[in-house]
Ligand binder design. Structure first.
Ligand SMILES: Nc1nc2c(ncn2[C@@H]2O[C@H](COP(=O)(O)OP(=O)(O)OP(=O)(O)O)[C@@H](O)[C@H]2O)c(=O)[nH]1
Length: 394
């Protein structure tokens, strides 16, 4: 393979990556690292272009010096991109200072006509240093973007070794010059490919996180983390699928806390919030994983108990719920006593539709309140007819 082919290959590959990073930068919400990498690879690209253009001069000293001077500028941009990408608090000015020293060294080597070996060692060591720093920083932060920062670290470390060994190999085997360029191109390709994959992977992670958050907001009560009323309907349909076996029933427990308002009034709303969170945690802890727990109002909760076989089991659940609600809730140094009025309705006995079942459970809960609070009752159609009408009239 001729030098022209090697450099044309390198130039073309870099150009494609330059376009890809530029495109990635334009996608809203992608990390600014890709913009810096578009700049860094454009310097690698310019360096290759200078080689293609200068090869006809046959002036090796001129060709190598100009290539090195442009190529060294790729590295501070590359490292700055990584710092931006990973939000690293690195001292960027050291990258630029080191790059400036390398440029100064190339100028001195040119003016003083330093031997090619010494000149190459000087600037290759700087490049290797940059690459090892890149490898170290990517390796150290590999958990940020699992799967993709490790290849960046490996490719960068390989590049570092490549730069360190380059001058010696060229000195011993001058034909290595061309192979070295080819190997360097492949390593740069791997490095930028992993960076691009890391950028897209981070972008995907952000989208998935945002989607999960949006779903949480749509389906969960932000204070307690229980389901909200809107989502309960969907979950209820799922619960009915589990109740298709003969003798299976679903129970709706409408829980209204007793004496909650005084906590808000005396200790403040924030303490009330903590109490609600603690209560939600208790409810969640005692029901089955297939049961549905939702907060449907200020101090009102609904539990949908699934896969119950008889009324007695529903009473068992209500008893457990009530005993949890009757226990003191500790917030900071203070303890608060509550209680709960729990109304129960059963599917399919009292109704088949969730809103009707909730209405039945709600009316049973009011019966408990009327009877002096802190207890549970199952819906009784006849006795509740009057209060229900009364409620509707309001
Ligand atoms: N801390 C807090 N309070 C809330 C929230 N939403 C509603 N509330 C309050 O919860 C209280 C509920 O009122 P009630 O059910 O009448 O209070 P209660 O003392 O339990 O009354 P009984 O049910 O008759 O025992 C009201 O004072 C609401 O302002 C909330 O998100 N956080």
């Amino acid at each position: 393979m001729s030098y022209e082919m090697v450099h044309t290959f390198g130039f073309s590959v870099y150009f494609v990556f330059f376009l890809l990073f530029l495109w990635t930068r334009r996608i809203p919400r992608t990390n600014s690292g890709s913009g810096w990498w578009a700049i860094s690879i454009s310097f690698a690209l310019l360096a290759r272009l200078s080689l293609i253009l200068l090869i006809p001069t046959n002036d090796v000293r001129l060709i190598v010096s100009i290539y090195a001077a442009i190529n060294i500028l790729e590295k501070p941009f590359l490292l700055t991109g990584l710092c931006r990408f990973l939000n690293l608090d690195a001292k960027w000015r050291w990258f630029w200072l080191t790059a400036a020293l390398a440029e100064a060294w190339l100028l001195i080597a040119w003016v003083a006509d330093v031997s090619p070996f010494v000149r190459n060692v000087g600037y290759s060591v700087v490049n290797a240093g940059f690459m090892f720093w890149m490898a170290w920083a990517s390796y150290k932060n590999r958990s940020e973007i699992p799967r993709w920062l490790l290849p960046v670290a490996v490719a960068s470390a390989a590049m570092g070794i490549h730069w360190l060994c380059g001058p010696v190999l060229i000195e011993l085997y001058p034909s290595w010059f061309k192979n070295g360029f080819l190997l360097g191109t492949v390593l740069v390709l791997l490095q930028y490919m992993s960076l691009l994959a890391a950028t897209l992977s981070q972008f995907q992670k952000r989208l998935l996180d945002a989607e999960a958050k949006a779903l949480d907001m749509a389906f969960l009560d932000p204070l307690t983390g229980l389901n909200n009323k809107r989502y309960m309907n969907t979950l209820f349909d799922h619960a009915l699928l589990l109740a298709t076996r003969p003798h299976h029933m679903v129970a709706i427990f409408y829980i209204d806390l007793d004496n909650f308002k005084p906590i808000n009034d005396t200790a403040g709303h924030h303490v009330g919030d903590e109490v609600l969170k603690a209560i939600a945690g208790r409810i969640k802890a005692i029901v089955r994983s297939t049961d549905i727990c939702a907060r449907v109002g200020g101090d009102e909760f609904i539990v949908i108990g699934t896969q119950l076989e008889n009324e007695a089991q529903a009473f068992e659940v209500a008893k457990k719920l009530l005993s949890q609600m009757m226990q003191q809730v500790q917030v900071g140094e203070s303890q608060y006593m509550l209680g709960a009025s729990i109304g129960i309705s059963l599917y399919p006995h009292h109704a088949r539709d969730l809103s009707e079942l909730i209405q039945c459970a709600d009316s049973a809960m009011y019966q408990v309140k009327r009877n002096g609070k802190s207890g549970y009752e199952i819906y009784k159609a006849q006795t509740d007819a009057a209060p229900m009408q009364e409620q509707l009239a309001h």
